[in-house]
Design a protein. Sequence first.
Length: 411
Amino acid sequence: MLRKTDEVKVMRDPIHGYIHVEYQILWDCINAREFQRLRRIHQLGGDFQVYHTAEHTRFSHSLGVYEIVRRMVEEVDGLKNDLNEHEKVTVMLAGLLHDIGHGPFSHAFEAISGFSHEVYTKRILLEDSEIHRILCRADEQLPYAVASIISYEHPNELLNQIVSGQLDADRMDYLLRDAYATGTSYGEFDLERILRTIRIRDHQILVKESGIHSVQDYLMARYHMYWQVYLHPVARSFEGMLVQLFKRLRDLYPSDTIAMAPMFFPFLKEGEASIEEHFALDEAAAFYGFAQLMHSEDRLVCDLARRLLNRDLFEYVNIEDPQKIQQIRENIEKAGYDSRYYMFTDTVKQKAFSPYTIGDKKHNIWVLCEDRQIREITQVSDIVKAIAEVKGKVQTKVYYPAEITQAEVCG
């Protein structure tokens, strides 16, 4: 039973004005412990080390994704009229809950745990959690339906596209929210225009040809946000140093030298941590663990934890010739540092627009042209065609302790 709240719940939001909630099941999920934990997870991983106002969380982003999904199913004719109430609430739940599996520092923790956040999201939905029980009270199959949308496996293709596609609620919220929180303008685009020009045909989300300029802005916003914010080298330094610390912890586990940080143990042993262990490790716990590790008898653990807490981050140098990496490694060793923990390489690549395929489904942006034909966006927009044909930009950097000079590192 999909019971509505006694009155519409509203929450102020800097991006959407208000978040509107009128179904009790959604309100109950927002107040569930697993969702409230997202208040304690930064949205942008290490970017708060670069942009001092980037303190927003996965909690606010998840609410924003939900709000865009809600508007889509209530304002876009092909969704409002063709989806039934159960489908609308299911996809709103998927938008709300799509990130509940994130670990500390968001995507950075995936390299540490060895599992994507989608794995833990699905486990939280399907195993014995508060959110699982809330969903089951309405419909025992609801957790599976929500999980199938998040993993892009729901039989109704439209529901998958709304949450995860080339023009989805997730990307539209995080671009606007992250630009706002970082104080940058790179991620801005006309959300209202895109929503007004979305159309549905044959279970496919389309955009009217008259909305093509807003979509072009959206694609360029995504490209610039990746290079200027998401892939910022200082943020990557913080995230890479997290990995280096956990590499050292894993090499020492189980040892008395790291006994003061038991919250990390489930992620040092073999296999997946339980969802309860995952729940317990938020960023507050992680920072407390770093503070405790500063008292470790292991010199490397103590130093890496100190650097993370005090923002004594690694410097970096751009590398065009991969053969130079071994020489840099030898130079770092000569300077007295163990290169296994005090050096790492990072290669990043990004294109402004690139269609991709999941299974047999091609993910592109489809345009409903004025002649009523449906065409790929590259056939309609010369701008998108040009940026799609440009070779992706690739950068490789080597990171090392800042007290070593670049001359020493590069020889």
